[in-house]
Write a protein that binds this ligand. Sequence first.
Ligand SMILES: Nc1ncnc2c1ncn2[C@@H]1O[C@H](COP(=O)(O)OP(=O)(O)OP(=O)(O)O)[C@@H](O)[C@H]1O
Length: 962
Amino acid sequence: MQKNFRNVRHSPRARNVQSHNGSASNHAPTIVVSEQQHQQQQLGLSSSSSSTMATGDTGGHVGNVAYMSSGMLSTSQYVVNAPSSGHPSTSVMMQPPQQSGGVQNGGGMARSSPTEMNQQQCMPPIKSEDSMESSMRNDYNVHHHHHQMQMQQHMQQQQQQYAMHMAPPSSSYQHQQMQQMHYHQQQQQYQQHQMYPPQMQQQPPVQQQSQQQQQQQSVQQQSASALQHINESSNLSSAGSISDREPEHGGTPQRPTTTQPVTTTDKKSARKRRRVGPVDDQATLKQERKITEFMKMGEPSSGSGVARCLMAEFQQNQSSPKRHPPAQQNGSNSFEPPQAQQMNQHDIQHSYWTMASPSLGANNRGTPTPTQQQQHYSSDSNSNSNQSPPGQGNQAGRMVRTIDEETQTDSSSLQRFQNSSQSVEEVAKRDKLIDDFRRQLDEVNTKYNQERRKNEASKETIKRLLIEKNVIERKALRDKTSGDTPRIGCFKTTRTGDSFRDQWVDGYGFAEIEKKVDQITAERNEIASASALLKKRKPLGIGKEPKRPQSNTVNLDLNGGMQPSTSNGNGSGDDAIFRRPEEPKEIQYQEYIELDEIYKLRREHLRKEEADIALDKDRLEKERQYHMRELKRAANEAASQFKDHQLLHKRYLMLSLLGKGGFSEVWKAFDIEENRYVACKIHHVNKDWKEEKKANYVKHAMREKDIHRSLDHCRIVKQYDLLTIDNHSFCTVLEYCPGNDLDFYLKQNKSISEKEARSIIMQVVSALVYLNEKPTPIIHYDLKPANILLESGNTSGAIKITDFGLSKIMEGENDDHDVGIELTSQFAGTYWYLPPETFVVPPPKITCKVDVWSIGVIFYQCIYGKKPFGNELTQQKILEYNTIINAREVSFPSKPQVSSAAQDFIRRCLQYRKEDRADVFELARHELFKPRGSIRSSIGAGSINSPSIPRSPSVNREDDNV
Ligand SMILES: Nc1ncnc2c1ncn2[C@@H]1O[C@H](COP(=O)(O)OP(=O)(O)OP(=O)(O)O)[C@@H](O)[C@H]1O
């Protein structure tokens, strides 16, 4: 039996108690529970034994040890009742080490009847160890025999009911075992498939089976050992625990402390028990905690208390935030994911209180508060720890009722358990889905990062290559410019008064051409003289009678040269002083013919040379245009702050300066996000400007930006973006047009054919129609060749209009577009292209017909190579002379020949009064834009006007004979 005294779990009050063969120190009463008993309790069948009141032989101090099986033996506490001897008897409530599978209805059996309890309470003091022992043995034997009988009966009932598959009021033990097994299976499934790392999930099935088999075996063993244990439990009489204190109030047990520190012995025993198996071990630890709670609830031990504890335990496990693999579960109740914890927290609470309520007294049927539970328990424990709680008069009837209630509770618990199981599965499924999605997301993120890195690398490469290319291009341009400068010319800074001016000096190319021209001129003159002399010496036989050579006649020399005659042939008078030259020799007819042919051929040759020189000169002048522009551009580029390939807003790589306007510079740039060339127009606000001027400039820039951004037409340069660069500059990102503007094109070509000009004007009209068709029409107000960009290099093809810096929106003004809007910024713009009304002070309202006038001027300039009004004047002079205000009529030069449709178009545009002027819609319908065949026929028929458009009487008709 000695080995049976090792594992003792006791209350703190009994933790110093060690029993050795029933003898212990007088002052250290020992509470002994046999290991077999303990194991049986762990197996859930110790209820009968634990119901036994063990009487310990403590060497003079005897404590009655009993399980205060509050209706269920396995959940009861050990109670050491010391008799009221000289030493105060101590009632120590010990937690049984095993929770699982207590024979639930055995609790009722375990409960001492009132008689027995009274007997125990009234047990007289024992004077000697022997007498005390014998007395206790007798008492125990009587008591134990009674319990043994009850337990046997109960076990038989259980087995019968279990065999008959009856609903489990009395088989709740097996039912609980099944629940517990199921619960553990759930745990294992959950842990293996959902929660644990792969190595844990790969737990060999053998291990799982063995665990299940262990549980099944434990159930079988518990059933089998129940009877055996009942017989053996009588041995506990000598192994009873002895309290170290006398009871303070007779036989009333002390209320147990809720938290009981575990001694080293306890830890060791716990460790040993863990070796038995995780299920038992966990159950033990869970039992300790849950039973404490259960006892705190004051729940009289009932048969299903364990079931409740299990369910509560299970639910609490579900609600436990941590999940441990089986190997780590020792001492841990945590199995379920946090979701389950939240989900079941309410259930736990609810079931906790709900389950507690049926076993309360009849007067306490409602859901008790913890205080009520506490009070309930306190009153019980205060009355008599070994007795059933008050109101437990009819133990058997109470048992039956309790079993029924517990059965119902168990059914609902089972239902809840099943629901919880389903919830666990659902949560597991969702967890798996979430894991899948997370994995997919990780893959996508990884790919995205890879692509982004590639993209960044590509951008860097493009940037590097563009810069390299641009550096090469710049160098080539520089080389070309510097190589061309001597031939073409350059700007030289000259001082005129107080100021310095850049003055252009032509290069040697122009001098060579001039020299050639001079040579040709001289030769032409020579030929003309010789030719005239030859005619004088024309032989008589040719055409008419040859005259005798007279004085002052021209002689032909052998080279066909002419020499003036100085003598009249008679040598008299003054002839003596001035010798008369020799009479020109009379040339032969054949000779004359030859010389005449030579002179004609030489003249023809000179004409060709002249034409070539004119071409060379023209070419050189074009080169000079480019060269001058490039010199200016290069100088501006070198002076710009963006010359070093800045990357604006990490996106626009500044490559080369396109040109510089009044207050802006336009850069060719590359958009590395969109992989396209763009034109970045950078607006600078001069720091030295007055605030008013700055504000005005910014206002216009913003207006341009706002208007331009709203436009989307194939004949209008698109605005992509607007950037702020610093406090004094911002940038509009525009569609890039690789060609020159029309102004440069006209400077180079002087004039273009009507056909070419007509194509350009048709596109401009198309853009204007778009601007006028908007709900709030837009006046460009600054239409001029410089703001018409050619899409392709040096030939006019597709064009786009740009620069909406002065544009105006026709909004307000009662939406009457014919009346027009106020002109807010008079005298802004380019005067050659503005209509008369814009110069009137105060200005009248303006309409979209401002742009119509501009179109007429541009068309005229394209065809005739000059502006119709104030061509040779500066803007200042135009204002001074009121040139435009007086531009009432337009006159057409005789050359080049222009179609009457083109002239009529120009006339319709240049009507002095805006009311008489065509609008853009009329222009769009004009005969000029009809197919070429109809124009030719209209020219042939002399019909220059479309039927709908009356011919303006104010036009100058002098050149109408085109
Ligand atoms: N979108 C573009 N694509 C290509 N070149 C452009 C573009 N916009 C302007 N340019 C060129 O940039 C140069 C300067 O343009 P900007 O509009 O500043 O000139 P401007 O009209 O003469 O000046 P201002 O705006 O003061 O009237 C011009 O030579 C023009 O051809």
